[in-house]
Write a protein that binds this ligand. Structure first.
Ligand code: NI
Length: 173
């Protein structure tokens, strides 16, 4: 997949790229490395802790995480699998692609992630707490799921105006 990295920018719900299952990264080349750099730019600028490629407009199975929000801590997870386990927990979450919406989202407290890094090496890690939550959130993105799909009816009603505004903005594009 040829990516025009210069054209990459943050995408907002309900953009179609955020609602489909992303495709595997076939080759870790300069194009993919430039995309990761661009995603790190967006992450730092928007003050996030995780960003998936569909959020930069690219439907690839790739995300970055930086729990500190610092660029130097940003790490790439290419073609990841995230397997949640343990107890469930409900914590308030937001998403850079769904601005103005915060809702309690139920997720597992722990997760096992296996992915390929930018050097092409596969790694596996056990995560818990915020890290585990972030991995589940970003994995959702490459599966075409956003917090809007996971929040309860009450939150959906509470945020209906903002969700309508986001939908209208998408229509206008
Ligand atoms: Ni998100």
């Amino acid at each position: 997949m040829a990516i025009d990295v210069d054209q990459c920018k943050i995408t907002y719900y309900p953009a179609p790229v955020l609602r489909g299952r992303a495709a595997p990264v076939e080759k870790i080349d300069d194009n993919v490395r430039r995309l990761v750099e661009k995603m790190a730019d967006i992450l730092v600028e928007k003050k996030g802790i995780g960003l998936a490629a569909p959020q930069a407009g690219v439907g690839l199975r790739l995300f970055i995480v930086s729990l500190s929000g610092k660029r130097e801590d940003a790490r790439a997870y290419i073609n990841p699998t995230v397997t949640p386990h343990g107890d469930l927990d409900e914590v308030e979450e937001g998403c850079l692609s769904v601005p103005g919406v915060w809702a309690k989202i139920r997720r597992y407290k722990k997760a096992t992630v296996t992915a390929t890094d930018l050097a092409g090496n596969q790694f596996t890690e056990e995560a818990e707490g915020l890290y585990a939550r972030c991995l589940q959130h970003e994995y959702d993105h490459i599966e075409g799921t956003v917090i809007v799909n996971r929040m309860g009816e009450a939150a959906r009603i509470a945020h209906r105006r903002q969700l309508k505004k986001l939908a209208d903005e998408q229509e206008g594009k």
